[in-house]
Design a protein around this ligand. Structure first.
Ligand SMILES: O=C1O[C@H](COP(=O)(O)O)[C@@H](O)[C@H](O)[C@H]1O
Length: 211
């Protein structure tokens, strides 16, 4: 495993020799954060993407994590979702459910799937309302610095062409700073997922960059 120096304050980049090594380290780091945030605030908020990332969570289903992680305190969100029903093969929810969520005892009410009964715009508004409600309930933390929701762990997979969360390099959406509301008026962007920050140093060299 190689560690790459980044600009001061920008976190750490670690490059693993194999996906297996990454999965082992990801489980260790996720379990560490789960324990830390459950102790600190009684909840652990995790945001998932789709793609290959979800399969890399498989080591959490094994000993010692399966029995030691406080699954009942987990709250699960999505970075992005495709505009398909939840049981569709392309659904990021279905992928996470089949590979991971159906195998751990996270209360179903703590799994915040994006609403597939609404239009994309409606589902985005609905998700924003849900996140704001969870901030009020102190389930999702709020960054004092930015005023945005602050998740404990955001796991974002990157495609071979550098795309993340269905945002492709060079696409105009990458530069979007405004959104169009359902009424058709441009609003200042209201970033649903905000940023996750932690100034804590990690327990070992197995840390992943947190954003
Ligand atoms: O479009 C998407 O792709 C990314 C990356 O997928 P990967 O299979 O190359 O790891 C994924 O994280 C995102 O959720 C998905 O919608």
């Amino acid at each position: 495993m190689a560690e790459i120096a980044t600009e001061k304050g920008k976190g750490k980049v670690q490059v693993f020799d194999s996906e297996e090594d990454l999965a082992v380290s990801l489980a260790k780091y996720t379990a560490y954060l789960s324990n830390k945030f459950v102790k600190e605030r009684g909840a652990f908020t995790v945001v998932l993407s789709g793609g290959s990332l979800v399969k890399s969570l498989r080591k959490l289903l094994e000993s010692p994590y399966m029995d030691s992680v406080e699954w009942s305190k987990w709250h699960v969100f999505w970075v992005d979702e495709r505009v398909v029903p939840k049981d569709h093969e392309d659904s990021n929810y279905k992928l996470a459910y089949d590979c991971f969520l159906s195998k751990v005892p996270i209360p179903p009410g703590n799994v915040y799937a994006i609403n597939d009964a609404l239009s994309a715009e409606g589902a985005a508004d609905d998700y924003e309302t849900c996140l704001k409600h969870l901030v009020k309930l102190n389930i999702i933390d709020l960054s004092q610095a930015t005023g945005f929701p602050k998740f404990d762990l955001i796991l974002i997979g990157m495609g071979p062409d550098g795309h993340v969360a269905s945002l492709f390099p060079g696409h105009p959406l990458v530069h979007a700073s405004m959104r169009t509301s359902r009424a058709g008026k441009a609003d200042a962007v209201n970033v649903a997922l905000g940023n996750s920050q932690s100034s804590d140093s990690l327990p070992s060299s197995d840390g992943f960059t947190q954003r």
